[in-house]
Design a protein around this ligand. Structure first.
Ligand code: HEM
Length: 291
C-alpha cells in the first residue's frame, strides 16, 4: 500500500512504490503535474522548487508541465513519431558499445549527452561543461538542501547551467529536458549494462532485449499533486496532497517497462520505444566487439 505522511497544516504526502498502484494513480484525473493552488506549505515549497528548476523562460519543461498545457501532448506525440526507428550516429553507437564491452574511451556522461543531443541539434557537442551543467540541473531538481540552494541562488549557477544547455539545443524545451534530465537515466542504464556484461556468463547469457530490460533505469521519483479529494483502491488523497511515484523502486521489483516510461498514461515518455531499442543495439554491438 502507498505510504501516507501527513502533518495537518504543514505537509501531506503519499509515497507510491508498487507498480500496480502507480499504474492506477498515473491515469487518475485528479492528479496533475505543476504547482498546486491549494496545498500545505511544505507541499507548495517542494512543488515550487522543482518547478523553478524544470522550466525555460518561465514555462515548465514538458516533463513538468500540467496535463492540459496547450500543445504538450501534440508535441510529445510528434517527438515520439520522429524518434520511431531513428538510429544514433555510428560513431556514438561504437563508443557506447566500447564502454559496455569494458574498453576505455570517452567519459560516459558527455558521450550519452551528445548522443541524445544530436537527436535535436545536429551540431550538438557535449563537453565537460555541458555535462556538469546537466548534473547540476538534475541535482537542483532533486535537492532540498537549504545551504546548497542558497549558494545556487546567490551564484546563479543553476540559471547559468540552464541557459548554456538551452542555447546548445536551440531553445527546444523537450531537448533541454533530454540533455539535462533524461540523459541521467540512460547513463545509469549503460553503467548497469557494463556491469552485466562483466558479470557471470557475460554477453552470452542474455539476448539484447533481455539485457536492455534488466538494465533500464527509470527516474527515481516523479511528482504529482491532487487537484481534488479522491479515493482509489490504492490510497486516498486530499486537495493538494503531493503524490510521489517511486518509479525506479517499482520498476526494479517488476522489470516492467510501462512503469519506467509511464506507458499508457497521459504523461508517457515519447522515448519509450527508442530507449529500449538503443540499449538493445548497444548490447548487440558490444557483444560483437568484445575483446
Ligand atoms: C532511460 C531513459 C528514459 C526514461 C526511463 C524516461 C522516462 C520518462 C518518464 C517516466 C517520463 C514522465 C515524467 C513525468 O510524468 O513526471 C518522461 C517524460 C518525458 N521524456 Fe523520457 N525517459 C527516458 C529518456 C528520454 C529520452 C532519451 C528522451 C528524448 C529523446 C525523453 C523525452 C521525454 C519527454 C519530452 C518527456 C515529457 C513528455 C510529456 O509529458 O510531454 N526521455 N520520460
Amino acid at each position: 500500500m502507498p505510504r501516507a505522511l501527513s502533518v495537518p497544516c504543514l505537509v501531506d504526502l503519499l509515497v507510491v512504490e508498487e507498480a500496480d498502484a502507480i499504474r492506477v494513480l498515473a491515469v487518475e484525473a485528479r492528479l496533475d503535474r505543476g504547482v498546486p493552488v491549494r496545498a500545505p506549505p511544505v507541499n507548495r515549497m517542494i512543488a515550487r522548487r522543482v518547478a523553478a528548476v524544470l522550466q525555460l523562460d518561465g514555462r515548465p519543461l514538458p516533463s513538468a508541465a500540467p496535463r492540459d498545457t496547450p500543445g504538450r501532448a501534440e508535441a510529445r506525440d510528434a517527438l515520439e513519431a520522429r524518434l520511431a526507428g531513428r538510429p544514433v550516429e555510428e560513431a556514438h553507437l561504437d563508443a557506447l558499445a566500447d564502454h559496455v564491452a569494458g574498453r576505455g574511451g570517452r567519459a560516459l556522461g558527455p558521450l550519452v549527452q551528445e548522443t541524445v543531443g544530436r537527436l535535436f541539434a545536429s551540431g550538438f557537442r557535449a563537453s565537460e561543461e555541458t555535462w556538469q551543467a546537466a548534473r547540476l540541473l538534475d541535482e537542483a531538481a532533486r535537492s532540498f538542501n537549504p545551504v546548497r540552494r542558497l549558494v545556487w541562488a546567490l551564484t546563479g549557477r543553476v540559471t547559468g547551467a540552464r541557459r548554456l544547455l538551452a542555447r546548445e539545443v536551440g531553445g527546444d524545451p523537450a531537448a533541454l529536458h533530454t540533455v539535462a534530465i533524461a540523459v541521467h537515466n540512460l547513463v545509469v542504464s549503460l553503467e548497469r549494462m557494463r556491469a552485466l556484461a562483466a558479470g557471470p556468463g557475460g554477453f552470452a547469457r542474455y539476448t539484447p532485449e533481455q539485457a536492455a530490460s534488466l538494465c533500464l533505469a527509470a527516474p527515481p521519483r516523479v511528482l504529482r499533486h491532487a487537484t481534488a479529494r479522491g479515493a482509489t483502491a490504492h490510497g486516498e488523497f486530499r486537495d493538494g496532497t503531493l503524490v510521489v511515484f517511486c518509479l525506479e523502486a517499482a520498476r526494479a521489483r517488476s522489470l516492467a517497462h510501462d512503469i519506467a516510461f509511464l506507458t499508457g498514461s497521459w504523461s508517457r515518455c515519447p522515448a519509450q520505444a527508442w530507449v529500449p531499442a538503443l540499449l538493445a543495439s548497444v548490447w548487440q554491438r558490444a557483444a560483437a566487439r568484445r575483446p
